[in-house]
Design a protein around this ligand. Sequence first.
Ligand code: ADP
Ligand code: MG
Ligand code: MG
Length: 199
Amino acid sequence: MLDADFFRRWMTAAAASVDREAERLTALDSPIGDADHGSNLQRGFRAVTATLEKEAPDTPGAILQLAGRQLISTVGGASGPLYGTLLRRTGKALGDATEVTEQQLTDAVREGVDAVMALGGAAPGDKTMIDALVPAVDALATSFRAAAAAAEEGAVATIPLQARKGRASYLGERSIGHQDPGATSSALLIAALVEASGE
Ligand code: ADP
Ligand code: MG
Ligand code: MG
């Protein structure tokens, strides 16, 4: 079973990973964006960990919903509302249980990813975070490690794609040949599940 501590570790590990990789995320956002993805998420996840320490919500659902609200209010840019929606909707789907199964987490993340697609209008293949998140959800039923590998593979697979959503889409064909920053950060978020689980 996954308890509140697991979800706190997930968010802490994600924040640490974003801190470590912030420069790379911003560098990826330079040729096909406005070079702020790393700093956007760094600001957001620092706010998440600070707020979780202060407010100490005690259920998985409350932790993810609080984290999502923080991302929405602190991350400027497209990724804030999208990641915020992902975490809020996933948290909402977990309800007020004090512990959840891996299957419940998988189902909840699927609802979260569906909500991101509804909000942003992106489908798989549009060269966005969705290209990492959808394969990750599909592999989550197997293991966190499988989901992390699938997300990483999905992020790398955005390189030959032409962007159809977000800022990168303004570049048309010139967006081809670059890895999507949001798909890359999504892979970090999923990899943080492995760290949280000690799998
Ligand atoms: P901004 O583009 O506003 O500066 P960020 O740089 O923080 O925001 O985030 C850019 C990332 O957001 C992209 O790499 C992409 O993965 C993701 N993104 C942008 N628009 C969408 C969308 N409509 N649906 C899903 N993801 C999107
Ligand atoms: Mg940007
Ligand atoms: Mg921006």
